[in-house]
Write a protein that binds this ligand. Structure first.
Ligand SMILES: [Zn+2]
Length: 250
């Protein structure tokens, strides 16, 4: 699937936390720091860059010593992260394109309207008189999440019936890197960003997570269950992998 839409590329959103700097080798590295209820210092490098969390009582010198200890790992990860292609960030304005079910949809701001509607490839978003861009984005995302919840619920029920299991409880997730997750108690989490993808890929993710209700692993038996639900799963798997890092950040 191609998600090569003419979207403006902007810096990745910065997560909450205090911005601090540390010298590692010859590099000055910025990171987001926060205090958390946890036992030890934690370091994460993900789409948002380097983030460090520490228990409330840990002196900052100790936090810095910990980061320095991991300097090699941190620098390597950061250089991988910088080299990785960045997804485009969507600017919620008139004429911007987003992907919906694998098709481009053009955002159209409609002054004097309050609702959001989709018609003929246009996503009309009512623009309140003093509506700020952040509120607009929030409403747009809420609308997409509603659509995702309805559609994913429907597909989940459909494939659950095919598999002969009760329809699992659905929760939406917001991850950047994971499409779905299934718990042994029958709860399924699906990423609302799936709404960007063609239905065939959405169905593959749904079938995959449902198959975990039979097999909580990725064994040959598991893939056999997936194959019953979704015969061409190998192609879908590849396609999904290819388009994952090109999904825009809304
Ligand atoms: Zn799996």
């Amino acid at each position: 699937m191609q998600l090569e839409l003419p979207l403006a590329v902007a810096p990745v959103t910065v997560p909450a936390g205090t911005l601090r700097y540390i010298q590692l080798g010859s590099e000055i590295v910025g990171y987001r720091f926060r205090r958390a209820r946890r036992r030890s210092i934690g370091i994460v490098i993900d789409d948002d860059g380097l983030r460090v969390a520490a228990p409330g009582h840990t002196p900052i010198a100790e936090v810095e010593a910990f980061i320095r200890e991991k300097a090699r790992w941190v620098l390597q990860k950061l250089s991988d992260w910088r080299a990785a292609p960045k997804p485009p960030v969507v600017n919620w304005s008139d004429g911007t394109m987003i992907a919906l079910l694998g098709r481009p949809v053009i955002i159209e701001l409609l002054p004097g309207r309050r609702d959001i509607s989709l018609q003929d490839g246009r996503l009309g978003i009512g623009l309140a008189p003093r509506g700020d861009p952040a509120a607009l984005r929030k409403r747009g995302i809420a609308w997409l999440k509603d659509r995702a919840r309805a559609l994913l619920g429907e597909r989940l029920a459909l494939y659950a019936a095919t598999l002969g299991v009760p329809t699992p409880v659905l929760a939406l997730s917001n991850a950047r890197t994971q499409w779905g997750m299934c718990r042994e108690d029958g709860h399924v989490r699906l990423n609302w960003r799936l709404i960007h993808l063609p239905l065939r890929l959405i169905d593959y993710v749904v079938a995959h997570e449902l198959a975990h209700l039979r097999e909580m692993n990725h064994s040959a038996r598991f893939w056999a269950v997936v194959g019953q639900l979704y015969p061409d799963y190998e192609a879908a798997r590849r396609e999904l992998r290819d388009c994952s890092h090109r999904l825009p950040i809304l």
